[in-house]
Write a protein that binds this ligand. Structure first.
Ligand code: CP
Length: 310
């Protein structure tokens, strides 16, 4: 893969290979030996804790040198475009860029331009607006696979702010292709008929007791516009209507697991004292994020024959 921007580019075989490789790294497997210095830059135009630091950790574990880049101190602030920023990175010898950006599919134009101008810099999407979040999706798949050892027939619910969630989009696509049965729940306002092809919508209290895995989504206040039709809730109302509280937790299947991409609004999507409960895989997801990102970066290095990798 010369660029890693959307789960839509992945065959099932590629997903399986990436998950296997991530598990190998997690089990202490040897990292590939790069025969040349390899450089990357992490360009985050939206805030991040997990994705940014775990890409950095993955890069360090792979012996790749990352160049610091802070958008607010960069020439982007003077109006320089994303393409010209990438053009600069290519010129100074960066091999690949990890980018998070608020614009959906920002990478499409960028990849077309880099091809047209014969730039030689790889692109890894660390989240685009409400579009895709491939690294989160793969770490979610790894966490589910680690638990159950298969996907076919597993019932997985995606609950909450689905319309605004790139995690939901990537996950509904990958889960259905891997054979899982996807269910949706949460405020109807944040559900759209465009998701019907991936699964069925139902009320939280009807759906949750049937699920093997539950993916709670963060209420993304920063993406909510000033739409006067928008349904508004207090944190307490959201928690009561849709949140994972103690009563709902008590009704889950014995082996069910609960996931959340983070950051968690504790006491809103998830009762504060259940975030680290036995069924929670939140910590495991964050651990797995490092290994999945190592596998993704390695795939791009191989796709570009960087560091002597084929
Ligand atoms: N899950 C996720 O993308 O978290 P961050 O925004 O902290 O990177």
């Amino acid at each position: 893969l010369p660029n890693f921007v959307t789960v839509e580019d992945l065959s099932i075989k590629m997903v399986e290979t990436l998950l296997k490789r991530a598990q190998y790294f997690k089990n202490g497997g040897q990292v590939p030996c790069l025969d040349k210095p390899t450089y990357c830059v992490n360009m985050f135009f939206e805030n991040s804790t997990r994705t940014h630091t775990s890409f950095e950790m993955a890069e360090r574990k792979l012996n790749i040198t990352e160049l610091p880049f802070n958008p607010s101190q960069s020439s982007v602030k003077k109006g320089e475009t994303l393409y010209d920023t990438l053009f600069t990175m290519d010129a100074i010898g960066v091999d690949f860029a990890v980018i998070r950006h608020p614009e959906n599919e920002y990478y499409k134009k960028l990849i077309d331009l880099t091809k047209e101008q014969h730039l030689d810099i790889g692109l890894i999407n660390a989240g685009d607006g409400s579009g895709q979040h491939p690294s989160q999706s793969l770490l979610d798949m790894m966490t589910i696979y680690e638990q159950f050892g298969y996907f076919k027939g597993l019932k997985v619910a995606i609950v909450g702010d689905i319309t605004n969630s790139r995690v939901a989009k990537s996950n509904m696509q990958l889960l259905t292709r891997l054979g899982a049965k996807v269910y949706f729940s949460g405020p109807k306002y944040w559900y759209s008929s465009e998701f019907d092809e991936y699964g069925q919508y139902g009320a939280v209290d009807e759906i949750l007791p049937e699920m093997d895995a539950i993916i709670l989504l963060r209420v993304q206040h920063e993406r909510h516009g000033e739409d006067s039709n928008e349904e508004t809730f207090s944190a307490a109302e959201y928690h009561e209507k849709y949140g994972l509280n103690h009563v709902r937790y008590a009704h889950l299947k014995k082996n069910a697991i609960i996931m959340h991409p983070g950051p968690v609004n504790r006491g809103v999507e998830w009762a504060d004292d259940l975030v680290e409960a036995p069924k929670s895989r939140f910590y495991t997801q964050m651990q797995n994020g490092v290994f999945v990102r190592m596998a993704m970066i390695e795939a791009v290095l191989r796709g570009r024959k960087l560091g002597g990798l084929e």
